[in-house]
Design a protein around this ligand. Structure first.
Ligand SMILES: *Cc1c(COP(=O)(O)O)cnc(C)c1O
Length: 415
């Protein structure tokens, strides 16, 4: 195993990021692209694209299998990526990082492996009303299978967990609290540390969906005091098909495998099979090797600016966007929790988000319309969908000016 990567000192200005993204030079319907859908997936910088090409051209082979030079080279690159992720999350050990397809797979892994072994009738799994569907449905499936009950903490009008809900929902029956770190529909940043303290007090575990956190803020799983943390590479400027699950080693070591196959065993025979130690136990089959290399390049890329600068830049942009959108008549922002992250969820009375999104697209402005895989959030706000602009380091004020102008025009046409 490689040693955990140390976070290097930042060396670039975040305002130079935009030039690193070749796709931002594309035209859409004859207009320069304004990409405001990074919450669904972020675009890729040249540094990540090149790292993946370079790996396929000079270092590619399967991992953990061969004695030949290329297999060793690929294994070194794959394990170095694991060490990089361990550094990103401040894990205690590199072996605490399990590569998965993404956030969805990580949540399913814990629900199926830990959940099936540890949940039963009378037990409760606590989530929030603002979870992404991938933070709800895996727990529903395991609750159906085990007889456990799913409980949701309610939201207030700003889109934060309502006062008193942590104490109301987390109690002696609670075995697992699974919460979204940053809401993809609202931008709300949840008080994970406070939730973890409430969970600890009743002996429950805490799982965190970090899909919208790692692109925007430094994450330290030891400081958060959670037990599992998961994110997707593709929202962090990395490739699709790769993400990582962090789990406390002592917990991972007690968990049964959830998929069987090559690479996850110690010894196989028809009399019985014994399993490898974590993380290999949870990585059956050939992994997304090039994806891991791309993810490592994405982490290096983010570190080249530093999270402090990224967060400051995005908060400044968010404040600017909030201010200019407030001047668009008839428009309301859903999700106004203090300290929220770079997401602007827009509601316009009497206008369907789908029509709004279509007109914005004609203007070259890419936003998300729909329920954002968070239908319970939409229910909580009494809307069926919103128009979501989500920000990344490559956006600037001109993108938000184009958004505001396109929205004003679209609302004029549609109302
Ligand atoms: C995107 C997202 C997910 C799902 O991630 P996948 O990469 O599709 O597995 C889960 N939670 C949140 C908060 C997300 O934004």
């Amino acid at each position: 195993m490689s040693a955990i990567s140390e976070v290097p000192a930042p060396r670039r200005d975040v305002r130079d990021a935009r030039g690193d993204f070749p796709i931002l030079r594309e035209q859409v319907h004859g207009r320069p692209l304004v990409y405001l859908d990074s919450g669904a997936s972020a675009q890729k910088p040249r540094q990540v694209i090149d790292a993946i090409s370079r790996f396929y051209e000079t270092g590619y082979s399967n991992v953990h299998r061969g004695v030949h030079a290329l297999s060793q080279r690929a294994t070194v690159a794959y394990e170095a990526a694991r060490a990089k992720v361990a550094g990103l999350l401040n894990a205690r050990r590199v072996e605490e990082i399990v590569f998965v397809r993404g956030t969805t797979e990580g949540l399913n892994l814990v629900a199926q492996s830990w959940g099936r072994a540890n949940l039963g009738p009378g037990d409760e799994v606590v989530v929030t009303e603002m979870e992404h569907h991938s933070g709800i449905v895996p727990w529903q499936l395991v609750c159906e299978a085990t007889g456990a009950t799913l409980v949701a903490m309610r939201l207030d009008a700003r889109g934060a967990i309502a006062e008193g809900e942590i104490a109301r929902c987390i109690g002696p029956k609670t075995k697992m609290v699974s919460v979204i770190h940053v809401s993809n529909a609202l931008g709300t940043v949840n008080p994970v540390h406070e939730i973890a303290a409430a969970a600890r007090a009743v002996g429950a575990l805490v799982m965190v969906d970090g899909a919208q956190a790692v692109p925007h803020m430094a994450v330290d799983v030891q400081a958060l005091d959670c037990d599992f943390y998961v994110f997707s590479g593709h929202k962090l400027y990395g490739p699709t098909g790769i993400g990582a699950l962090w789990g406390r080693y002592e917990l991972l070591a007690t968990m049964p495998p959830w998929q069987g196959g090559g690479d996850m065993i110690e010894r196989v025979s028809f009399a019985g099979t014994t399993y490898a130690a974590p993380p290999a136990r949870f990585e059956a089959g050939t992994p997304d090797i090039a994806g891991a290399v791309g993810l490592a390049a994405a982490i290096d890329y983010v570190w080249s600016f530093g999270y402090e600068a990224i967060a400051a830049y995005e908060h400044e942009l968010l404040a600017y966007g909030t201010e200019i959108l407030a001047r668009v008549p008839g428009l309301r922002i859903i999700g106004t929790a203090p300290g929220k992250a770079a997401i602007l969820s827009i509601h316009v009375d009497g206008v369907h988000p789908h029509d709004l999104g279509t007109i914005l697209d004609m203007d070259g402005v890419a936003v998300r319309v729909g329920h954002h895989c968070a239908q319970p959030v939409m229910d909580a706000f009494g809307v069926s969908a919103t128009t979501r602009a989500s920000l990344a380091i490559y956006n600037d004020r001109s993108d938000l000016d184009r958004l505001a102008a396109a929205l004003e025009k679209a609302i004029g046409l549609l109302r």
